[in-house]
Structure formats: C-alpha cells, structure tokens
Design a protein around this ligand. Structure first.
Ligand code: UDP
Length: 326
C-alpha cells in the first residue's frame, strides 16, 4: 500500500482528497497545523499536527513513513486579503512551500502534487483558458502560486523531482455522503456566503461589481465540485507513477456562472429568497475565468467531472451548511 503525505489534509479540499485516497486503497498521512483546518475533518490514523516551516517535523514524517507522493494543500486562498496583506501570502504560500520542497529533496521524496490556481492567468486574453494561455497574475495570491510553479519547473530539472501543478478554478460543494465540507474560519467565498444568508448567519450577500464586461455585469467563474477535484488528485498520483514527466493542468468544468446566476441557483435549490446588495468591485478580481473542458485534464487525468449541473453542487453545499459537524 502506497503512503501519501497530505499537507493541509484537514482543510477543505485536502480532507476530500484524503477520503478519496482512502477509498482507493492508499495509506494517508496527514500533516496539518490546524490553523485553518479541523481535526474532525480527518478520519485517519496517521495525523501529525505540525507546520511545514518546521524542518524537524518534516524530517520526522519523511523518516517515519516511506512517502511516495506529497500533496500540498496548505495555503492562504483569499484574493482580496492577498491584495491588502501580500506579505502573509508570500511567506505562507511561497516560503513555506520552499521549506517543504527542501525537505523532500533532502529526504529523496520525488513526487509532488501542487494546488495551483487559475488566478495565475490574471485577466484572460481569451476564453476558455487552456494551459498555454499567458500567465500574468493580477493579485498576490495568484502571484504566490505562479512563483511556486516557476520554482517547481527549476526544481524538477535540477533535483529529479516530478510534479503535477493542478490549477483549480473555483472549488465548491461538499462530500455527498461523508460528513465533511467547506468551513473556513473567515468565509469569503461566494456560495457558502450566499447559503449563510439563508441560514440566518449573515444579513445579506454583497455582489462585488455589477459593471463587468460579462453578460449580466457580474463576474463569471467556473465552479468545480470538490469531489471531482479530489478524484483528479488521485489520478495525478497515477500519472506521476507512470512516467518521468511533470505537468501543469487546468481543472475546471468548462462552464461559467455569473455571481447573479449562482445566487439564482441557490434560490432554486433552497426555495428561499436571497437578500442581495450591490457593492463595488473587489480588488484583484478578473471579469471571467472559465477553463477549457476536455483539455489536458481529460487526456492525462481521465478527468470527467461528475457534478456538471451547478445546482447539484450547491445542493451538497447546502446539505453541509445546515448539518455541519465541525
Ligand atoms: N463574490 C461576491 N460577493 C461575495 C463573495 C464573492 O460578489 O461576498 C464574487 C467575487 O467577486 C468573485 C466570485 O464571487 O467574482 C467568486 O468569488 P470567490 O471569493 O468565491 O472565489 P475566487 O474567484 O475569489 O476564488
């Protein structure tokens, strides 16, 4: 049985990856400092509470377990916050990742799966976004991920490291059967915020910008179910195991939804009316981000998202929002 180290496995996407890997027969070792994640999100015997800035912890993990692949989910993810506090993003998303990579090189661990983002593309020059689209991030969050992708290109040439950088579009939804889901300590994401207005946790939802160059004036994003993302990670392990190449792969559904469409879909799923307030644009937001469907992800990862209808994705998020276990 292969040992996979999941860094940030107590977080939103990481916890779904752990469940998927366990169901597929992998042995998961989770390393998480629980600054953002939840211990209750991880049902796994091998849990280490620690920080990737701590080389002793990393050496302990690599020397205790024969790790075949590292998945790295631990990062700060809020675009708006990254504009206000870029240092936090460069320190956590770049510096900590360098520390993790150094420990991998020292301990001769060769396979790395990195959580990258469509934010590395900046303002799209064309849509949908394929892997060849020029990269010009317009916020520090995207820049921090772009920098790691560049570091990985150099490390893979110099240190015999193989990697897959998975550029997620907007992760959404929750596990339909296992009780895990999205629960950020400070929530900034659209779908959970809309749903929180319906549970009464928030007063209203602000639409950040209604004058974008999009069909209804609000930003368009490609919302991909977190379980489909998890499946792609497992397939990325197999891709790395099968060859000697490294890859950068976009992961979206190929379908875009505007902020207004998401709100309408939430109303349809819940049968409730969402209180909406128009607000100014949020710094660092491109108008539209939508992935190509059937590109590299399909060819290399056999990627076939199961959640195509955004209402199905929202339904899983709504189930979780009303019955959270942590
Ligand atoms: N958004 C919004 N109101 C909110 C939160 C988000 O209008 O309270 C918009 C945001 O400007 C973006 C889209 O919803 O266009 C998705 O934002 P989110 O923060 O969920 O993900 P991101 O695209 O930043 O990764």
């Amino acid at each position: 049985m292969k040992n996979i180290l999941i860094v940030g496995g107590a977080g939103y996407i990481g916890s779904h990856a752990v469940v998927n890997l366990q169901e597929s027969g992998y042995n998961c070792i989770v390393l998480d400092n629980l600054s953002e994640g939840y211990r209750d999100a991880v049902k796994c015997d091998h849990f280490v509470q620690g920080d990737i800035n701590d080389t002793n912890v990393l050496n302990y993990v690599f020397q205790s377990y024969d790790i075949s692949t590292v998945m790295h989910f631990s990062a700060y993810i809020n675009v708006g916050e990254s504009v206000v506090d870029p240092q936090k993003y460069y320190k956590n998303n770049v510096q900590s990742t360098l520390n993790l990579l150094s420990a991998m090189v020292d301990n001769k661990v060769k396979n790395f799966i990195f959580s990258s983002t469509c934010a590395i593309f900046g303002n799209p020059q064309y849509l949908p976004l394929d892997e060849d689209h020029p990269q010009a991030p317009i916020n520090p969050y995207g820049m921090s991920k772009f920098m790691v992708e560049k570091i990985l290109e150099d490390y893979s040439k110099a240190y015999n490291l193989k990697y897959v950088a998975l550029r997620y579009f907007n992760a959404a939804g929750a596990h339909p059967t296992v009780r895990i889901g999205e629960n950020h300590r400070i929530e900034t994401h659209l779908i959970p915020l809309v749903l929180k207005t319906l549970t009464g946790e928030r007063k209203d939802i602000k639409i950040f910008g209604t004058d974008y160059d999009t069909p209804d004036g609000t930003c368009v994003r490609d919302y991909i179910h977190v379980c489909d993302l998890a499946e792609a990670h497992k397939n990325a392990i197999e891709l790395l195991d099968a060859g000697n190449e490294s890859y950068q792969i976009n992961l979206g559904t190929g379908v875009g939804h505007s902020v207004k469409e998401i709100i309408a879909a939430c109303e349809e799923v819940t049968g409730m009316r969402v209180p909406v307030v128009n607000a100014p644009r949020r710094a660092g937001d491109p108008a539209s981000l939508v992935a190509t469907s059937g590109g590299l992800a399909k060819r290399l990862l056999n990627f076939n998202p199961k959640f195509i209808d955004i209402r199905e994705t929202i339904r899983t998020a709504w189930d979780w929002e009303r019955n959270k276990e942590y």
